[in-house]
Design a protein around this ligand. Structure first.
Ligand code: F6R
Length: 628
């Protein structure tokens, strides 16, 4: 391999950065194609190790395209999947066997006998023999040529949770709590996620001749950097790739955010001191030394590798003042702009007042999580606020909620009215109860059940919005079709989704749009809706309203913004934070990440305080995506 540039000195496993997951997937698929063609020429099969989850989906789509459009044949390919949930039959909607069929195997010409996936239903007393046979089979075909990997937030590869040893082989393991939380939406609640899985071991994986680990989105940034730059340790299985002679990480911009060359570039080479980079360096230094910005001295700059920043933009005190002022100007209690005030240094312009504010929530709870306090302020300050739930969120609602609703309805029938008067309602309730009964714990939700779950979430959303003073006529439901027709980790957006967004924008002609998902995994609901919004805005470019519309992004369950990235900081009083928390309590099924949002809001306030700015209870943070 060619020597790597000094900026990558901290990266112990070679890492390739791509502008998007699509670009990375295309590059990898080309490599696989070349490998397959070479092997076919020499009369060898190509043995691929495959992963599931959302990460490899764009790669599989590209392989399918190569098969369809460039006649790439998989007749000569043998595959071994990394893992399977223990307890799930192969036709279960969330089994990895079914995932692989739907995402790849049904669309290419691979012979069925060449596909290998651990069994999720092997009886307990045969698990050991099954795992051994899996290892033997990999060995018998000559080992894996190329193993594809994703990474879990625990740093797992396959399902090798923290504590898995370097030499571990295929075996049954217990899933980590974090992994089960991450799978909760797939299974409509953490309680439904299997506790066990069968997985190839770290040792099995490392025996592959070549490894490529892919990671997308900011939520993977911290663990990816730890695996690439941190110590090799059983605490992070993916760190073992550092010991492999031919392993690489393929990551997108979001997942690269915590690498030293991106996060602290001045430590590994000459930095280009753009305003954003300068802000990052000064804020980093202040937080690291626990010194407010205005108290940083030239020695601090020198000791932290920032002497060239000082010589370019110093003296230190002037630089401190510049950055302090810039941070100070991000703070505003007037997210819609302060009417009749000088707005030269305010994040949002004063006019027009009031503004038409469109608050886009990918799933119904996202906007309240990410900007409940700001929403409260916008309403209080007289703006024309609309909250748009882009999808119904029905897939998040556990069966128990539908059961509770249908049982109450059925009982109401006999309690308050005569059975004849209540006939249709009782019939409806019984249909739902029957569906729940028949489909069992893991079955797919038929449309009637999805509809009821959507209604339940709708009720929660209206209720949560009321707590913030938003009346029902200002809460809109777009029910984008990609969500209604899809399932988590395998959504496909369509022209209908885009058309719905374009017409929403044309109808409301917003002065301000708030959205989330810019830093999310592109296959997540927030990631998909953000990309749809970008396209919709591009299509609306000629419209009058578009020229005067500002676009702000908030973070919900994604990695929070760091202090230097914030363009607008909206302080929340203790009372407002309490009101936000109360409105979130209206939701019955929030993830742990969503529930910890108040802590994130408090952390922003602590950081601002530590930088020497005013001390607030909590802050909601926004990044400017575009300005008029
Ligand atoms: C799946 C697997 C796991 C996933 C990881 C990331 O076969 O082995 O290690 O790669 O959990 O999952 P996603 O891609 O859904 O974020």
């Amino acid at each position: 391999m060619p020597p790597r540039p000094p900026s990558e000195v901290h990266e112990k496993t070679p890492t390739v950065l791509f502008p998007s997951s699509t670009a990375a997937a295309q590059a990898l698929a080309q490599e696989v194609k070349t490998l397959m063609e070479e092997n076919t020429r020499t009369g060898r099969p190509t043995v691929l190790g495959l992963a599931t989850g959302s990460t490899p989906v764009p790669f599989y789509r590209e392989l399918i395209r190569l098969h369809r459009e460039e006649k790439l044949s998989f007749q000569n390919v043998v595959t071994f999947n990394l893992d399977e949930y223990y307890g799930l039959p192969a036709d279960h909607p969330e089994s990895y066997a079914r995932f692989m069929r739907e995402q790849l195997f049904d669309h290419i010409d691979i012979p069925a006998e060449n596909i290998n996936i651990p069994s999720g239903t092997i009886p307990s007393d045969q698990v050991f023999a099954h795992c051994k046979a899996y290892e033997d089979k990999i060995h018998a075909v000559g080992g894996i040529d190329l193993q594809i990997l994703g990474i879990g937030r625990t740093g797992h590869i396959g399902f090798n949770e923290p504590g898995s040893s370097r030499d571990s082989l295929t075996r049954r393991i217990t899933l980590d709590r974090v992994t089960r939380q991450d799978a909760a939406s797939d299974f409509r609640g953490e309680q439904n996620v299997p506790h066990f899985a069968i997985t190839m071991g770290v040792g099995t994986i490392l025996r592959a001749r070549q490894l490529v680990l892919m990671a997308w989105g900011e939520n993977k940034a911290a663990i990816t950097a730890r695996a690439i730059e941190g110590a090799v340790s059983e605490a992070v299985s993916a760190s073992f790739l550092q010991d492999h002679p031919n392993a690489r990480f393929f990551i997108d911009t979001g997942a690269s955010r915590e690498l030293t060359r991106i996060k602290l570039p001045w430590l590994v080479g000459p930095a280009s001191w753009t305003p954003a980079e300068t802000r990052r360096a000064v804020v980093w230094q202040a937080l690291k030394t626990s010194r407010p910005v205005l108290k940083l001295i030239d020695e601090d700059y020198n000791e932290h590798g920032l002497s060239d920043l000082l010589s370019e933009q110093g003296p230190g005190y002037q630089l401190n003042i510049r950055i302090f002022n810039r941070l100070q100007h991000t703070i505003t209690g007037w997210p819609g702009g302060k009417p009749d005030a000088d707005d030269t240094f305010r994040p949002e312009r004063a006019k027009p007042y009031p503004k038409r504010c469109l608050i886009l929530s990918p799933e119904p709870q996202d906007a309240i999580v990410g900007m409940g306090g700001t929403l409260d302020r916008l309403i209080e300050q007289g703006h024309d606020v609309r909250l748009i739930a882009l999808t119904s969120g029905s897939l998040r609602v556990p069966d128990s909620e539908a059961d509770k609703f249908a049982s109450t309805l059925a009982e109401l029938g006999s309690a308050v009215v005569t059975p004849a008067e209540w006939k249709e309602q009782t019939q409806y309730a019984n249909t739902i109860l029957r569906i729940l009964d028949e489909k069992g714990e893991f079955g797919e939700d038929p449309p009637a059940l999805r509809q009821l779950k959507a209604l339940i979430l709708r009720g929660e959303l209206r209720d949560a919005a009321h707590t913030l003073g938003l009346t029902s006529d200002r809460v809109h439901l777009l029910d984008l079709p990609f969500y209604e027709k899809g399932r988590y980790r395998r959504f496909h957006s369509t022209p209908d989704d885009l058309a719905a967004l374009v017409s929403l924008l044309a109808q409301h002609k917003p002065h301000q749009i708030y959205c989330t998902g810019d830093a999310a995994d592109p296959s997540s609901v927030a990631g998909i809706t953000f990309r749809l919004l970008e396209t919709a805005l591009r299509q609306s470019e000629g419209e009058d309203w578009a020229a005067t519309c500002s676009l702000w992004s908030y973070r919900g369950k994604e990695k929070p913004l760091e202090a230097h990235e914030i363009d607008m900081a909206v302080p929340l009083s203790p009372l407002q934070l309490e009101r936000k928390t109360r409105s979130l309590a209206r939701y019955n099924s929030l993830s742990t990440l969503e529930l910890s949002i108040a802590d994130q809001n408090r952390q922003h306030a602590k950081d601002y305080d530590a930088l020497g700015l005013a001390e607030y209870e909590a802050i909601e943070a926004f990044q400017r995506r575009s300005r008029p």
